[in-house]
Write a protein that binds this ligand. Structure first.
Ligand SMILES: [Zn+2]
Length: 114
C-alpha cells in the first residue's frame, strides 16, 4: 500500500472504504467534459473512469473498493484503478501544445494538414 491522500499527501489517516461512484452515463461526459485534474483519481469519477478490471459486475458496478482519508474527509480510488486522465492540449500561436503532468506545456506540434 503506497497510496497517499491526493489532498494531504499522507497515508497516515487512510482506511479502505467502499465508495459509491457514478454509474456509467455517456450523457454525463457531455454535460461535464472531463473535470479530472492531473491525477486520474481526482475530480468527478464514474464507472467509465475506471479500468474495467476495477469495476465489479452489475448490480454492484457503482461500488468500488476505494480509500478514505479521515483527515480530509475525502474518498478516492487508488490511482492504479483509474484510467489515465485524457491527454489535454492547448492551442497557442505556435500550434497545439500538450499539457504535461506538472502543468507546463510541451513543445508545439505542427498543425494538422498545415
Ligand atoms: Zn488527506
Amino acid at each position: 500500500m503506497t497510496e497517499a491522500c491526493p489532498k494531504c499527501d499522507s497515508a497516515a489517516q487512510l482506511r479502505s472504504k467502499w465508495l459509491l461512484i457514478d454509474a456509467h452515463d455517456p450523457e454525463r461526459a457531455q454535460r461535464h467534459p472531463d473535470t479530472r485534474g492531473a491525477c486520474a483519481c481526482e475530480g468527478e469519477l464514474g464507472v467509465d473512469g475506471l479500468k474495467p478490471e476495477a469495476v465489479a459486475d452489475a448490480p454492484l458496478q457503482q461500488f468500488v473498493s476505494g480509500l478514505y482519508c479521515e483527515a480530509c474527509g475525502i474518498g478516492f480510488v487508488p490511482e492504479a484503478m483509474a484510467k489515465p486522465a485524457p491527454q489535454r492540449w492547448v492551442l497557442t500561436p505556435e500550434g497545439y501544445r500538450v499539457v504535461q503532468a506538472d502543468g507546463t506545456l510541451g513543445p508545439a506540434q505542427p498543425r494538422m494538414g498545415g
